[in-house]
Design a protein around this ligand. Structure first.
Ligand code: SAM
Length: 418
């Protein structure tokens, strides 16, 4: 009975707590869907990889080669200092990743569901599927001199009960707001999804959410006038420089020094904030975060979480020991102290358990799973938590999304209507 409880909890929340280890499996589609009522995130659009049989072939060919590759990688030279410390880090993570993966493979009820996660209840009709895809490049539009002139149209459908006691009929009214799309806080304060229009595309805006679409140079506009209006949870996924060419095609990257000036402390609420930073496996980057970035932000390191990536059959997306193609990424967590905090503050927080593993099937290139809810229990007391995602490409109910393309995954084609 306990197993089926877990599974039914998963089917409604998208989160499955794996037995006897520090790990969860999450279905981002289900988690994201909790932000919507009239719309559903389309599983087939989210899971564009790792379900496709063609892709699986390539991947398995890749992993069957891995043993050969590994031998090749190890033979020619002894590890240099940086490679040695990267390997040490990996050896530390290895047993807990293996244990988490083992628990996933033992959760047979879950496995039988995850191989079908991509199946839409109602999939796109053929005509929809054959529509030409015109993707808006917010990044390019935001750069041109006309940027301040671009506007987004929000279509609000409100239901209102004029007498407040249900004695008079519900009034439905429509309101249209036309506002600048760049360098402007665009807010949906209502408790319903709102449809939006920009140029020839349509977008879905979750309830109680906002976005601010701008370049890094304008991020200071998000700093609240009063620090008790700051944020208690700050998730950051920077466009780290990366050698992989495919990454370069997806979005532009920035040298590390640009991130030093992110005003994390000024964005932090007086009660303090939990900071969650996604990092790549490059050893040089890890050193930079520990020695320079966290200190510059005023963040004290608290824990590391791992995001372990699996395919629809539960197997890892690549060999765990492949040096340059690890099937996991890390999320570094730390606290930024607010101005009003005393020395006992840290002891009042629920201790942040180190080494938690989040398992999921990856979506689009470098799209991260939504981890906000998993972090909520560690956020400084403030209720409700005030959450912001920096360098976001999507929105969530109750969150502010900032970046140069926070509407990216909000486009209607990533959803299916109900
Ligand atoms: N967390 C996101 C997700 O799961 O989809 C991915 C974020 S991605 C690693 C980094 C984002 O930063 C990209 O959307 C990129 O366009 C954006 N970015 C790059 N340079 C930027 C800049 N100068 N100002 C603001 N955003 C920038």
């Amino acid at each position: 009975a306990e197993t089926s409880d877990r599974l039914s909890a998963f089917l409604s929340s998208g989160i499955y707590r794996l037995e006897s280890c520090n790990a969860v499996f999450i279905d981002p589609v289900r988690v994201l869907n909790r932000s919507y009522s009239r719309f559903r995130v389309s599983p087939s659009m989210y899971y564009s990889r790792f379900f496709d049989s063609k892709h699986e072939d390539q991947e398995s060919r890749f992993s069957s080669n891995s043993r050969k590759r590994k031998r090749k990688e190890k033979q020619p030279h002894a590890l240099n200092e940086r490679e040695r410390s990267a390997d040490e880090r990996h050896q530390e993570a290895r047993p807990l990743l293996l244990k988490a993966h083992e628990s996933l493979l033992e959760a047979t009820d879950l496995l039988s569901v995850i191989c079908n996660l991509r199946n839409d209840v109602c999939s796109l009709t053929e005509s929809e599927e054959s529509l030409p895809i015109v993707e808006q490049s917010f990044v390019e539009l935001g750069r041109v001199w006309q940027a301040p002139l671009y506007e987004i149209i929000l279509h609000f459908h409100q239901h209102c009960n004029p007498s407040g006691d249900g004695s008079s009929p519900l009034i439905r009214y429509k309101e249209e707001r036309v506002i600048p799309i760049f360098n402007n806080l665009v807010v949906n304060e209502t408790s319903d999804n709102v449809e939006a229009e920009f140029l020839n595309s349509r977008y879905v805006i979750p309830r109680e959410s906002c976005f601010y679409m701008s370049d890094l140079r304008q991020i200071h506009n998000l700093i609240p006038a009063e620090s008790d209006c700051g944020f208690s949870l700050i998730v950051v996924d920077p466009p780290w420089e990366n050698k992989s060419a495919s990454q370069k095609l997806v979005y532009s990257t920035l040298p590390n020094r640009y991130f030093l000036s992110l005003p994390i402390k000024k964005l932090t609420h007086t009660e303090g904030a939990l900071i969650a930073l996604w990092v790549t496996n490059r050893e040089k980057l890890r050193g930079f975060v520990e020695k320079e970035l966290f200190p510059a932000w005023g963040v004290s390191y608290a824990a590391t979480f791992y995001w372990l990536k699996v395919k629809s059959d539960g197997s890892l997306i690549s060999d765990l020991d492949l040096f340059h193609h690890r099937p996991y990424e890390c999320l570094l967590l730390g606290y930024c102290h607010g101005e009003g905090m005393d020395s006992e503050y840290q002891s009042r927080l629920k201790p942040l358990q180190d080494n938690q593993v989040i398992i999921s099937i990856p979506g689009d290139y470098s799209r991260k799973p939504p981890i906000g809810e998993l972090l909520m229990e560690y956020v400084p007391e403030l209720k409700p938590a005030r959450c912001i995602e920096l360098f976001a490409r999507e929105m969530q109910a109750g969150w502010i999304s900032w970046g140069n393309e926070p509407l990216h995954f909000q486009e209607l084609r990533y959803f299916r209507g109900t």
